[in-house]
Write a protein that binds this ligand. Structure first.
Ligand code: IVH
Length: 708
């Protein structure tokens, strides 16, 4: 007897696959978003009720899961070769001639865009996606199937009926320009490092451990190469058109041509027109169309003789240098910046370009008012790659690097072996003072809620702060009195400062802003010295004996603490109540109740984040593992645990523990401790309300984490 709910599951899966294709591949949805979400939710609910009809290619797989796992390496059935590259039309002619001579018969060339993303090989069996593997070293790659399933333009189940039983299709995973720009904006707001280009963003995203984050990043995929024994046609182009009917996204820029002139016309057209495409391209690919002829031409050790890539020149723009200005960083390093007449370059308007240091200015022989070439390389900030000397005015003067700090007037110093000039007036040069405080409050350092660069600037202008220790002497009334600040935001800042007193010792070391002491070095130092006094009095020999601490870092630490001013700063921070030693809990386990246990974390949680649970497990002697196996002790399961995990756990008879059960087990171990935590949180955070400034906002979760 058939179960109507199960029948509904099958029906919904089919419908959703079609809606997905209509929306993402054809750009022609037939139902609205709300209706789509509604159907998806219905399917999710039914699938949760019926794990017996689990399907790894169900449309619900598109939402991803937050299971962490290291990727499994898989050998490619056919190695993933690269293409011979050329930048010159002459070499394109040579390629065409070589092909003509070798084949000695008529041939066609398929002209395609060279997509600038990260390559992927998809394997389909009986019309279903079974595996997605990255290029890796060309022989072996990472199995990223779960992540790839979240990409809506990649069909999980094929349409039509003439696809081969087994085949591979290769293509490029891309992050569209608009998604890339949005992602970087979000990252900037969260003070996270930016992606340099959509290629890095796409490959970084594909390698994320959490496929639900991958799902949110809106990747796209164009497919351009089919491999298999029973492909429908002899023509590569014709096969791609068939693949389009199976549901794949095949670029409609692809053309089949015969003559060399037609090839050049294609190149010329797309060299400019590609700027209007939604994804990044860096050239065109020419492929001999007939598979029989491809086989005749064969391969060299690295690449096929039947294809070549012609790379476009990096886009350049010519514009006028208005003036060079100089920025002073928190360490006093001076960075010259070229201010330019605004110019359009690869989809954005460029007004400024980095000049890096004095040597670069000298090597460009840059003159005031020069017409300069600007290029976007791999980096976000464009650079000046050349000067149009022919258009230079005869009386123009060379750009002279400044000799004094533009902010405080201090003569600049150049240290041995360093390219940068420095302003050494650390104590009274405003951008250095503010930069140090900004670093101190930043997310990875003291993470102070309610404070951001704008507030620091204002407090500094108002004479309320001159260093990080002054922050802890701020008065609520004093802040509330300022324009732009209400009582609530003043309270919030005070609560943020209070809460920062619970931040771990290693982050306090990082927050001090000692040159060359980044997050990792700070952690190593904290673990080794255990308290600030040992660090202050450590000799160079003692410091270099610490794992990963070299001469340069040791020197810098000694230099930092040799300053009376810095020692006073530390003393004041200590007196304010900041952590100046490792907590006993930080170095020791809280309990051993999870000793020897392997725990898999799955689903979405409401009390703590996944990372926090990972930490809690470790602090209680357990180990967090990525995938379920016979050795798994239990699964800590939140909401929406993936159906595949659920099924696996059930098959292996592994216990599934809810968030509440887990917490009560942990709390029973450290009841006292938990009470302390709750009290401390209640003390520190009165209300998690937002400030009326636009500075960053945080939750109280970090504080809890610090206590475990
Ligand atoms: S065909 C054996 N076609 O370029 C030839 N590759 O250096 C297989 N790429 O790793 C590749 N667009 O990631 C081909 N239309 C296109 C392409 C393309 C971009 C990438 C691909 C490959 C690299 C070749």
């Amino acid at each position: 007897m058939t179960n109507p709910e199960i029948e509904r599951i099958y029906q919904l899966r089919e419908e959703l696959h079609t809606h997905n294709y209509n929306y993402y591949v054809l750009n022609a949805p037939v139902i609205g978003d709300i209706e789509f979400d509604h159907l998806m939710r219905e399917l999710q609910d039914l699938e949760a009720k019926h794990p017996e009809v689990y399907d790894e290619n169900s449309p619900t797989m598109r939402v991803g899961s937050d299971i962490s796992k290291d990727f499994v390496q898989v050998e490619h059935k056919y190695p993933m070769l690269s293409l011979g590259n050329t930048y010159s039309e002459e070499e394109v002619s040579d390629f065409y001639e070589r092909v003509r001579k070798s084949l000695n018969e008529d041939f066609e060339i398929c002209c395609e865009m060279k997509f600038d993303g990260t390559s992927i090989s998809l394997t389909y069996e009986n019309g279903k996606l079974v595996r997605a593997v990255t290029r890796g070293d060309g022989v072996k790659g990472d199995d990223v199937t779960d992540n790839v399933k979240t990409i809506r333009t990649i069909p999980l189940v094929l349409k039509g009926d003439n696809y081969p039983q087994n085949f591979e299709i290769r293509g490029e995973i891309l992050m569209p320009w608009d998604v890339f720009e949005m992602l970087n904006k979000e990252r900037e707001a969260k003070e996270e490092p930016l992606f340099a280009n959509p290629r890095n963003a796409a490959s970084g995203t594909l390698k994320l451990q959490n496929s639900s984050v991958v799902a949110s990043r809106k990747l796209d995929a164009y497919l351009y190469y089919l491999l298999g024994d029973n492909l429908p046609c002899d023509g590569h182009y014709e096969n791609l058109q068939e693949a389009r009917k199976w549901g794949f996204k095949i670029s409609d820029t692809t053309r089949k041509v015969k003559t060399l002139q037609e090839v050049f016309d294609f190149i010329k057209y797309w060299d400019t027109e590609r700027k209007n495409l939604p994804v990044a391209t860096d050239g065109i690919v020419l492929k001999v169309n007939s598979l029989r002829q491809q086989k005749n031409l064969g391969y060299t050790a690295k690449s096929p003789r039947w294809a070549i890539a012609y790379k476009f020149q990096a886009e350049k723009a010519l514009t006028r240098l208005q003036k060079v200005t100089y920025q002073v960083g928190r360490t006093g390093a001076i960075t010259p910046v070229a201010n330019l007449d605004p110019v359009q370059l690869s989809g954005t308007i460029v007004k400024r370009a980095s000049l890096h240091n004095a040597d670069i200015i000298a090597s460009l022989d840059l003159h005031e008012g020069d017409m300069v070439y600007v290029e976007k390389g791999g980096e976000i900030i464009p650079k000046i790659t050349g000067v149009d000397t022919a258009s230079r005015m005869s009386d123009s003067k060379p750009v002279e690097f400044i000799t004094h700090c533009p902010e405080c007037g201090e003569p600049l110093t150049r240290f041995e072996d360093e390219a940068a000039y420095y302003c050494t007036n650390e104590d009274s040069c405003p951008p250095q003072i503010k930069g140090k405080i900004e670093h101190f409050i930043s997310r990875k350092a003291m993470n102070i809620e309610g404070l951001g660069p704008e507030t620091v600037d204002l407090f500094y202008q108002e004479g309320m702060i001159g260093n990080a220790a002054d922050l802890y002497e701020l008065k609520e009334e004093e802040i509330a009195r300022l324009e732009r600040f209400g009582e609530k935001s003043a309270q919030n800042i005070m609560a943020g400062l209070e809460a920062s007193k619970l931040v771990g010792f290693e982050r306090v070391i990082f927050a001090l802003g000692i040159r060359f002491v980044g997050e990792t070095v700070a952690k190593k130092l904290a673990k080794s010295v255990k308290n600030i006094d040992t660090l202050i009095s450590a000799s160079r020999e003692q410091l270099v004996a610490i794992d990963e601490i070299g001469e340069k870092i040791a020197e810098s630490i000694i230099h930092f603490f040799s300053s009376e001013k810095n020692r006073t700063l530390v003393e004041r921070l200590k007196a304010a109540g900041l952590k100046m030693e490792m907590d006993a809990e930080q170095s020791a386990n809280v309990s051993n109740i999870l000793e020897g246990q392997s725990v898999v974390i799955s689903g979405v949680f409401s009390v703590h984040s996944r990372d926090e649970y990972k930490d809690i497990i470790e602090k209680h002697g357990g180990k967090n593992v990525g995938s379920i196996s016979k050795k798994t002790s239990f699964i800590l399961a939140g909401e929406n645990m993936g159906p595949s995990k659920l099924e696996k756990a059930q098959t292996l008879g592994i216990r599934i523990m809810s968030e509440a059960e887990f917490l009560s087990m942990i709390e029973s171990q450290d009841d006292k401790k938990e009470t302390v935590i709750q009290e401390k949180i209640a003390d520190k955070i009165e209300s998690p309300s937002t400030t009326d400034t636009d500075d960053k906002k945080k939750t109280n979760k970090n504080i809890q984490l610090e206590l475990f």
